[in-house]
Design a protein around this ligand. Structure first.
Ligand code: MN
Ligand code: MN
Length: 467
C-alpha cells in the first residue's frame, strides 16, 4: 500500500499531469467565458470578410479610446493608437511604460477566411439562368460550398473613383445566392470520382438570377440584363465595374450555439476570427503595459500571406519603426528584442476521424489554448519552429496565470500540413510561437470551437501583454 502511494507521488513529480480540461474550470469562469463569447459572436456576424472585420474592429477600438496613429507624434505610456492598412488589416498599439526600448509584444491573427471570390469578368447567362463565375480563395473542400445559402460581400470602385461597399444576402429579408449540385439520381458517374474532383473549381458558379427583363423586344441574355439592372438601381454599378472590384461569397448563416449544453459555437470564419477577437479584446483591456503591445489583424493568410496587406508585407515593420523612432530607438533593434504570439487556430482532435491525428500530440476541445511549436509539413518544412527558450517562457507565462493550455501538432506526420504567419514574423528576427484555439471542421462553411477555449485565448493574450 505504501509502495503504491510512493509510485503515485513519483508519477506526480515526474510525469505530465493528466489534462482534465474544462472539468477544472469553475462555474463562475464558465459563465465569464459564455459572456465573453456573446461579444465574439457579434464580431463574427459582422466580420465575414477582412474589410468588414477591420471596420468592426475599428468601431470597437474607437469606443475604447483608440485614436488614429500619427507619424512623428510623441506618445506617452497608456496611449492607444490604431493604424489601418488599406482597409484590410489593422494594427492596434497600446504604448507601454518602457515604450519600445526593450522590444514590443505582438499578437498577430488573420481576418481573412476561405471563401469563393468573383472572377474579374464574372457575370454570364446560360439557359436563361444568370451566374457569377468564381475562383475559390484559400484551401477549401469544394463540395462543402454547394447547395447552401451564400451572401455577397465586397467593394466596387467605379470609373469616377467612387467606392461602393456591398453586403447583400445576410439579412433574412434579402435574397441569397447558391451553387447547385447534381441530384443523386444522376450522380452515378460523379459518385465514382475522387472527393477532390467530384466538384470542379470551374463549376463553382453561383446562381444569381432566373427572371428575364420585362420587354417586348426579341433580345438575348435578358436574365443577365435584368440582374445588371437590379445591381445598377441598387448600387449604381455597371458590368465594367466588376473589373475594379473585390467581391466574394461567404456562407449567409449567422453564428449559432451548438449542443444541448451550448458549449460550442458553430460559425463561418472561426479560422482565424477566433484568435482575432480575443487578441483585439486584449488590446482593448490591457492598461498601460510595461512594453508597448501591438495587436495586428492581417489579411491574405489563407493564400500564403503575400501582397501588401499580408504578413509578408513591410506594413507592420514600418509601423514598429515609426514607434521606435518616436522613442529615439533604432527600428531593427526594437524588432530584435520583440516577442510575438502568432495567434492562429489548430485542428481539434475529431474522434470520428481519429486516424488522421496522433492522439498524444493533438489538441482537444475544452482543454484551452493550443501552442504549436511548429507547423509546416513532412520533415518540418516551411515552419519557423519556436526555440526551447521561447517555449519555456510562454509555458511559464501560461502556468503562472493559470491559463488552460495544451501542446500539439496539426495531425499525423506526412498526412498533410499547413502553415501560419509565424515564419514571416520569425524572419524579422522576432521570437514567435503559434498560440490559438482548437477548431473542429476547420475551413468548412460551419466550423466549431469551444466557448471556454475562446475565453482562455483572451486570457492568454492579455497575460502576455501584462507580464
Ligand atoms: Mn488560420
Ligand atoms: Mn486557415
Amino acid at each position: 500500500m505504501e509502495e503504491k502511494s510512493k509510485i503515485k507521488a513519483l508519477k506526480e513529480e515526474l510525469c505530465v499531469p493528466e489534462k482534465k480540461g474544462i472539468a477544472t474550470i469553475s462555474a463562475d469562469e464558465i459563465k465569464k467565458a459564455d459572456e465573453f463569447c456573446e461579444g465574439y459572436k457579434e464580431f463574427l456576424d459582422n466580420s465575414p470578410v477582412e474589410r468588414e472585420a477591420v471596420a468592426y474592429s475599428l468601431k470597437l477600438a474607437k469606443e475604447n479610446g483608440f485614436v488614429e496613429f500619427e507619424q512623428d507624434k510623441e506618445y506617452k505610456a497608456g496611449d492607444k493608437v490604431y493604424y489601418i492598412n488599406r482597409g484590410k488589416a489593422i494594427a492596434l498599439a497600446v504604448i507601454g511604460k518602457k515604450g519600445t526600448k526593450d522590444g514590443v509584444k505582438l499578437s498577430i491573427a488573420h481576418i481573412d477566411s476561405p471563401r469563393v471570390d468573383l472572377k474579374p469578368n464574372p457575370l454570364y447567362e446560360d439557359n436563361n439562368l444568370a451566374y457569377f463565375k468564381t475562383h475559390y480563395y484559400g484551401g477549401l473542400k469544394k463540395y462543402q460550398w454547394t447547395v447552401m445559402p451564400l451572401a455577397l460581400h465586397g467593394t466596387v470602385v467605379k470609373l469616377d473613383g467612387t467606392k461602393v461597399d456591398i453586403k447583400y444576402g445576410v439579412d433574412e429579408s434579402e435574397p441569397c445566392f447558391c451553387i447547385t449540385d447534381l441530384l443523386p439520381h444522376l450522380a452515378r458517374e460523379q459518385a465514382q470520382k475522387k472527393l477532390s474532383q467530384a466538384i470542379e473549381g470551374e463549376n463553382l458558379n453561383v446562381l444569381i438570377g432566373s427572371r428575364p427583363l420585362d420587354t417586348d423586344e426579341e433580345e438575348s441574355e435578358l436574365v443577365k440584363l435584368n440582374v445588371l439592372k437590379i445591381l445598377n438601381e441598387k448600387y449604381g454599378i455597371t458590368e465594367s465595374d466588376f473589373l475594379s472590384a473585390e467581391l466574394c461569397l461567404t456562407p449567409a448563416q449567422k453564428s449559432r450555439d451548438v449542443g444541448f449544453d451550448r458549449g460550442l459555437i458553430g460559425a463561418y470564419g472561426h479560422d482565424d476570427k477566433v484568435c482575432s477577437y480575443p487578441a483585439l479584446m486584449a488590446a482593448v483591456d490591457v492598461e498601460t503595459p510595461e512594453n508597448t503591445c501591438i495587436t495586428y489583424l492581417t489579411d491574405k493568410e489563407e493564400t500564403g500571406s503575400d501582397g501588401n496587406t499580408g504578413m509578408q508585407s513591410d506594413f507592420l515593420r514600418y509601423f514598429i519603426y515609426d514607434l521606435a523612432k518616436a522613442d529615439g530607438e533604432e527600428g531593427y533593434r526594437v524588432l530584435s528584442k520583440s516577442k510575438c504570439l502568432s495567434a492562429d487556430v489548430n485542428a481539434a482532435f475529431d474522434p470520428i476521424y481519429a486516424s488522421a491525428y496522433e492522439a498524444r500530440n493533438s489538441s482537444y476541445i475544452n482543454r484551452g489554448v493550443i501552442i504549436s511549436k511548429y507547423t509546416g509539413h513532412g520533415g518540418k518544412y516551411d515552419t519557423s519552429d519556436a526555440s526551447a527558450e521561447y517555449m519555456g517562457e510562454i509555458r511559464s507565462m501560461l502556468e503562472s496565470n493559470s491559463i488552460m493550455w495544451q501542446v500539439g501538432e496539426l495531425g499525423k506526420v506526412d498526412i498533410g500540413g499547413g502553415g501560419t504567419i509565424a515564419k514571416y514574423v520569425a524572419n524579422m528576427n522576432v521570437d514567435v510561437v503559434d498560440l490559438g484555439v482548437p477548431v473542429l471542421s476547420m475551413h468548412a462553411p460551419f466550423e466549431l470551437v469551444s466557448k471556454v477555449d475562446v475565453y482562455e485565448a483572451y486570457r492568454a493574450f492579455l497575460s502576455f501583454y501584462k507580464d
